[in-house]
Design a protein. Structure first.
Length: 103
C-alpha cells in the first residue's frame, strides 16, 4: 500500500487519530501560552506544529507495516489489509494513541 492510500485508510478507520489530533493541538496551544511577546505563535503556526505531530504518527505507523510487509507490486492493498487485520493493528494503534502524552 502506498503512503497516501494508507493515510486515507487510517484516517477512515482509526478512531485514535482524532484523539491524537486533539491531544497534539492541545499540547501546542499550551506551549504557546507559555510563550510571551514576539515569541508567541499565531494560530496557523500552532496548527501547523500540531499537524506535524499528526503526520509523524501516521508515518510511524506506515513505516512499521512497511518494514514487515514492504510495498508489494501486486495486491499490495490487500496484503496490508490482511496484515492489519491479523495483527489487530487498529486496536493496538488506538490503544497506543490513548496512552500518548506530549512533553
Amino acid at each position: 500500500m502506498l503512503y497516501y492510500e494508507f493515510k486515507e485508510w487510517l484516517e477512515e478507520n482509526a478512531t485514535g487519530l482524532k484523539v491524537f489530533a486533539t491531544k497534539s493541538l492541545d499540547y501546542e496551544l499550551e506551549k504557546n501560552k507559555a510563550r510571551s511577546g514576539k515569541a508567541k505563535w499565531n494560530d496557523g503556526k500552532v496548527q501547523k506544529a500540531a499537524n506535524e505531530h499528526y503526520n509523524k504518527a501516521i508515518t510511524g505507523a506506515y513505516d512499521q507495516i512497511k518494514a514487515k510487509k514492504g510495498v508489494p507490486k501486486y495486491n499490495g492493498r490487500q496484503v496490508w489489509l490482511d496484515f492489519i487485520e491479523e495483527s489487530n493493528f487498529i486496536e493496538t494503534f488506538n490503544e497506543g494513541v490513548d496512552e500518548v502524552e506530549f512533553e
